[in-house]
Design a protein around this ligand. Structure first.
Ligand SMILES: Cc1ncc(COP(=O)(O)O)c(C=O)c1O
Length: 480
């Protein structure tokens, strides 16, 4: 089914706009000739009703959490309460300007200050910054802080950052962008950090290690206290990639595990949708010894209860964002945290883990799950055996899911699992939805053995059928 564009349905003379009569002097004549348009633009001419129908139809073709299950591992595509969007659209927040005098936006500064306090409580850290606008931006900021910390001590030899095999791709990238040499740490049989390999790589040239706990395999690093003591013992620091905090919300805190720097993705765990290119926020939280290096300005509470920006910056890494970060995302996170409360956040973490384990338990007899009988908020299955026995690949199964109305899981990541599908249901899904999804996965497994070809042709019930994934990535055609 091909969908006509707004230009395809254009009919000469059917334009539906009416401009108000000009009631100010026409200054266009003052424009230099070379800057004036020579021809009228070829805009689509469509009646108002056709415009409404066209865009309404397009809006129903976009897949989102509001119209279907979206188990995209490591992305936490969960439902975000609409009330938090309402909070972020209150005119008292949207009609202000970031350069307004602090005395006229005390409420906003108060929200930022209190949000940082709440995030400290959630992570077990001492203070932080809300400036970074994405997870990767948080990593960049956190590593810059680590770098400055060592440089100020005169320790110029710590040029390496350790990153486990299963790490999210942004981790080594952020380390490299900060000028560090990236050294990979191998996983052991359990899929956890291999302690012997770690020990062999620690030394006076290591600035720190970046860890996601639970890892992208959905496994909790059980040896985290030993890892922390080994890294600290060698003079390095621990960086916690908290993009996927759902799994431990209210249950465990990176600060208590020994981490020195943490970033969070508010646009996953704290009520802003992840994906789709919308605004995000990747606050960075640190332990006391690193507070002096945080970006400026900081929001401070004065003795009289007022808030102000503190620009003092002897050791600060400087400013890492325009203005103060993505303020409307802070509001949604703040509203979410206040509405959930400590107990609610804990329940959210528990349900995220319970839901993932429910799917794991239903599917593991059929699909191979190489690491772990139990998982945290997500797990990774390998379709290598299915591929060997039937020729059906992870991508074929993903396309089959599209035909059944599901967004596919994350595919082919992490790299240490072959033919990987990484499933993260999140806490917001009901048992019925999880069961329907498991039934679809079981049906696809059956079809793989009975009629593999039909899966190679999938999807057949979507607007666009099987695309050439490589061409689509390398040569995207996004307009006609
Ligand atoms: C584990 C992990 N770290 C870092 C990131 C990067 O976050 P962002 O996409 O906001 O840059 C992600 C994003 O999915 C992630 O899953």
């Amino acid at each position: 089914m091909s969908v006509p564009t707004i230009f395809d349905i254009s009919k000469e003379g059917r334009g539906s706009f009416r401009l108000p009569r000009l009631d100010v002097p026409n200054t266009c004549n003052g424009l230099p000739e070379n800057l004036r348009r020579q021809n009228t633009p070829t805009l689509p001419q469509v009646s108002e009703l056709d415009v409404v129908r066209h865009y309404t139809k397009l809006s129903t073709m976009a897949f989102g959490v509001d119209n279907g299950f979206y188990p995209l591992g490591s992305c936490t595509m969960k439902y975000n309460p609409k009330v938090n969007e309402q909070v972020a659209s209150l005119s008292g927040f949207t009609d202000i300007h970031p350069l307004q005098d602090a005395s006229t936006v005390q409420g906003c500064l108060g929200v930022m200050h209190d949000l940082l306090k709440q995030l400290c409580a959630v992570t077990g850290m001492d203070w932080g910054t809300l400036q970074p606008c994405a997870g990767a931006h948080g990593e960049y900021t956190g590593l810059k802080i680590i770098r400055s910390y060592f440089l100020e001590k005169g320790d110029v030899t710590r040029t390496k950052i350790l990153v486990p095999e299963s790490a999210h791709g942004t981790n080594p990238a952020s380390a490299a962008v900060n000028g560090f040499e990236v050294v990979q740490v191998m996983a052991d049989k359990r899929g956890l950090v291999d302690l012997d390999d770690l020990k062999s790589k620690l030394g006076p040239d290591v600035a720190g290690i970046m860890l996601t706990n639970p890892s992208t395999l959905g496994l909790f690093e059980q040896d985290i206290l030993e890892i922390a003591s080994l890294v600290h013992g060698a003079g390095g620091l621990l960086y916690y990639d908290g993009a996927n905090l759902n799994a431990i919300l209210g249950k465990a805190r990176p600060g208590d595990m020994g981490f020195d720097v943490v970033h969070l993705n508010l646009h996953k765990t704290f009520s802003t949708p992840h994906g789709g290119g919308g605004p995000g926020s990747g606050p960075v939280m640190v332990k006391k010894a690193l507070c002096a290096f945080l970006p400026k300005p900081d929001v401070v509470e004065n003795a009289n209860g007022d808030y102000s920006f503190d620009w003092g910056c002897k050791s600060s890494i400087g400013k890492v964002s325009t203005f103060w970060g993505n303020f409307l995302v802070f509001l949604k996170a703040y509203a979410f945290i206040l509405a959930m409360g400590g107990e609610g956040l804990k329940e959210c973490g528990e349900n995220a883990v319970l839901n993932a384990n429910y799917i794991l338990a239903r599917l593991k007899g059929m699909y191979d799950v190489p690491y772990g009988d139990r998982c945290m908020h997500e797990f990774v299955m390998s379709l290598s055996r299915l591929k060997e026995e039937t020729g059906v690949t992870a991508i074929d199964v993903a396309k089959g899911l599209l035909d059944r109305g599901y967004h596919p899981p994350t595919m082919y990541f992490p790299m240490i699992v072959h033919e990987a599908l990484m499933i993260e249901p999140t806490e917001s899904e009901s048992k019925e939805t999880l069961d329907d999804f498991c039934d679809a996965m079981i049906e696809l497994h059956d079809i793989a053995y009975k009629d593999a070809q039909s899966l190679r042709n999938a999807p057949e019930h979507t607007v666009i059928g099987r695309v050439d994934e490589v061409m689509a990535a390398k040569n995207p055609v996004v307009h006609q």
